[in-house]
Design a protein around this ligand. Structure first.
Ligand code: SAM
Length: 307
């Protein structure tokens, strides 16, 4: 679904991640029911309708699904349900506070059954440690899957993460798109994993570095051609704009750092006798190591233009 004026009304339920902790209804993270990977939002919407006194937050990383869920929320006339369209790992790691959350649900998270894809599974030990840190005492995570091997893997990952872990087999009863798919193919039993926090796992605060910016004496936009970088962080340099009258250049760069992908503009502008190199932080850019690498790389390439 495209972002158009006609469907604008559904966007009041979409919360930009950078505003998540301060958005209306979200300030009290303790009272939130969070669902990760809401898909088209069927279970999420029903749950929010059933409990109008509570607040529901759905996290979905694919826009087509998030948009369907938003439409469903709008059609149900809900006032207590919101969606963040982003990767859950980034949201929990960077935008939630320790000891702040009450319950988290994930129904049929992607099981990534192939061995070489296991690294993409969401409920790894590292992610479970973050969830433990963010949940308050006795807060819980409920995960339902159709795959026994995936259930076993989650239980292994959860060892020594501060959770009491139990699991049980359950019949089809959640009525989501994915549950119906497996039930129609004949599956009768599904696997529910329940993790209750009993010990707090301390984590060092997420590293949000102060960005180092640069000034240089010389810059020749004609000679500026930054190349992409493919290391543990990927930098893809896109559009380059230069306004000779204002002596201002803008370089767009896509930064991929683990689950976090951001598109950022880096400014190179003349102030008196010097050129400044600094990121445009106006559009909710998250300060991170990848952004610093992008600034460093632009600086390096700007310096080369003086030779
Ligand atoms: C197999 S579908 C299940 C959808 C729904 N819960 C259901 O039962 O029909 C998994 C959903 O999780 C979403 N998802 C996968 N990884 C995610 C992540 N890291 N953050 C947020 N959503 C994610 C996918 O886009 C997809 O919508």
């Amino acid at each position: 679904m495209k972002l158009t004026a006609q469907n604008e009304s559904i966007y009041k339920f979409l919360i930009p991640m950078s505003q998540f902790p301060n958005a209306e209804g979200m300030k009290n993270q303790m009272g939130l029911n969070i669902e990760i990977g809401i898909g088209n939002g069927e279970y999420f919407t029903r749950n929010a309708l059933k409990h109008p006194e509570q607040t529901f937050l759905g996290i979905e990383c694919r826009w087509t699904y998030a948009a369907r869920a938003l439409r469903r929320i709008h059609q149900a006339g809900l006032r207590n349900a919101y969606v963040v369209w982003h990767d859950a790992r980034v949201l929990f790691e960077r935008y939630t506070k320790p000891n702040s959350l009450r319950e988290i649900t994930a129904l049929f998270p992607c099981p990534w059954p192939k061995r070489r894809h296991i690294k993409y599974r969401l409920f790894s030990r590292d992610f479970l440690l973050i969830l433990n840190n963010r949940l308050r005492s006795k807060g819980h995570v409920r995960i339902v899957t159709d795959q026994e091997a995936f259930k076993n893997w989650i239980m292994d990952q959860a060892m020594d993460t501060g959770f009491v872990v139990t699991s049980q087999q359950i019949p089809a009863r959640l009525d989501t798109k994915y549950e119906r798919k497996w039930a129609e193919e004949g599956q009768k039993q599904f696997f529910e994993v329940y993790l209750v926090k009993h010990q707090h796992h301390k984590l060092s605060p997420t590293d949000t570095p102060n960005m180092n910016t640069y000034t240089v004496n010389h810059f020749d936009p004609q000679k500026f051609h930054p190349e992409d970088v493919h290391q543990d962080v990927t930098l893809r340099f896109k559009e380059f704009l230069f306004d000779p009258k204002r002596e201002r250049a803008m370089q767009s760069v896509v930064i991929v750092e683990g689950p976090l992908t951001q598109s950022v503009w880096i400014k190179i502008d003349r102030v008196g006798p010097i050129w400044r190199i600094l990121p445009d932080m106006s559009s909710g850019v998250i300060p991170c190591r990848g952004l610093q690498l992008a600034i460093d790389h632009v600086h390096q390439e700007v310096t080369k233009t003086s030779s």
